[in-house]
Ligand binder design. Structure first.
Ligand code: GLA
Length: 409
């Protein structure tokens, strides 16, 4: 009796502080300005690509008209450099009036009128990474302001907060203020990445109590090398990262750069499939006004998105690599899905020729291998047949490409 009363009190106090917005039951999907548009604030020289309300409105239009919204992409996210260079007379943040003449509230109304959601950016510490005013001393006021404007997602960065030990207090404070607004605002935290960078031990239980999604590792850049280094980090840390992911909480390996300048079509398919296996947020950072059809089709692939959005919300991991079971440079990753299904990914780091796999369901670690699985090649959109205990899966994996399969018991 006493023990359960104490437990209730403990749970109660824990519950009051934990993020309670009910969001991100599956990895959030949308568009985020940073990787493609950076801190381009020169609207005179580059009116089409500067960080302005027009840019976000045009991306919202593309999301709706080109099928992205129907595929699940719903957030339109502003990143750094949206603010005026100082706060207003009441200490409130406000958007640069020349680049955002409607203000963030006006932009939010526009985004909402399209059936989409608006994300915004701030930082813990006094300045954003690009030197604009950030939330430092004003966490509560800023949470209220964002809620008043109708913001639906908040990324809180932190590069200018030099004492990274304070983040274990600061981020949970913001969580409390976001809860107090009563508006469900998806909270994206850069906190663990900064602790990692500073060599501070990361408490992922605390992170998951306070954030819906969180960055673990360095910024993605427009290069395949960058994508590879991120994948390597998630493989290396998978025993820590997989258990903390689940409905409401996801590790964030950063934006999709599909349709930008660097990835080949094979590499773009690889990033999309790998992000689906990782149960990663699907936040595109590209120019939806000029993207070419082959990249758009990858981003809109319903079957890959279905794997990403599987409602069990389990993060996948690397299961085979460079062993006797796969050719050198080929890896296998799997992600458990709802209803005992699995997604599996073969991925090649080879820079030479396509390589062949030859593995059984047991080799992949699929638990019902004795009964067997019905296997589909997801990108090919083709059933590959039924694979019993002794059957070997033979697929050809292209250099820096993937084969993504779905296995159903
Ligand atoms: C950091 C973040 C990026 C981006 C920039 C903006 O580097 O990790 O994702 O938000 O700041 O300045």
């Amino acid at each position: 009796m006493w023990a359960s009363a104490v437990l209730l009190v403990l749970l109660g106090s824990f519950g009051a502080n934990a993020l309670d917005n009910g969001l991100a039951r599956t990895p959030p999907m949308g568009w985020l300005a940073w990787e493609r548009f950076r801190c381009n604030v020169n609207c005179t020289a580059d009116p089409k690509n500067c960080v302005s309300e027009k840019l976000f409105m045009e991306m919202a239009d593309r999301l709706v008209e080109d099928g992205y919204k129907d595929a699940g992409y719903e957030y339109v996210n502003i990143d750094d450099c949206w603010m005026a260079k100082q706060r207003d007379a009441n200490n409130k943040l406000y958007a640069d009036p020349e680049r955002f003449p409607s203000g963030i509230k006006g932009l939010a109304d526009y985004i909402h009128s399209k059936g989409l959601k608006l994300g915004i950016y701030t930082a813990y510490g006094n300045f954003t990474c690009q030197g604009y005013p950030a939330s430092g001393m004003h966490l509560e006021l800023d949470a209220q302001t964002f809620a008043e404007w109708g913001v639906d997602m908040l990324k809180m960065d932190g590069c200018k907060q030099m004492d990274r030990h304070t983040m274990k207090k600061g981020y949970p404070q913001m969580t409390k203020y976001l809860n107090a607004t009563g508006r469900p605002i998806l909270f994206s935290c850069s906190w663990p990445d900064y602790e990692r960078g500073a060599g501070i031990p990361i408490n992922y239980t605390l992170v998951a109590e306070n954030c819906n999604i969180w960055r673990n590792y360095v910024d993605i850049q427009d290069s395949w090398q960058s994508v590879l280094s991120i994948i390597d980090y998630y493989a290396k840390e998978q025993d820590t990262l997989v258990p903390v992911a689940g409905p409401g909480n996801f590790n964030d390996p950063d934006m999709l750069i599909i349709g930008d300048f660097s990835l080949s079509v094979e590499q773009a398919k690889a990033q999309m499939a790998m992000w689906a296996i990782l149960a990663a947020p699907l936040l595109m950072s590209n120019d939806l006004r000029t993207i070419t059809p082959e990249y758009r089709d990858i981003l809109l692939n319903k079957d890959v998105i279905a794997i990403s959005q599987d409602n069990a919300g389990i993060m996948g991991k690397r299961v085979l690599q460079d062993g006797p079971l796969l050719p050198q440079f080929v890896e296998a990753w799997t992600r458990p899905l709802a209803d005992k299904k699995y997604a599996a990914l073969f991925y090649s780091r080879s820079i030479k020729q396509p390589l062949n796999t030859n593995v059984t369901m047991k080799d992949l670690g699929l638990p019902d291998y004795k009964k067997g699985y019905m296997v589909t090649d997801v990108y090919a959109g083709k059933k590959m047949g039924f694979f019993g205990e002794k059957d070997r899966l033979l697929v050809k994996v292209n250099p820096s490409g993937v084969v993504l399969i779905k296995a159903e018991p």
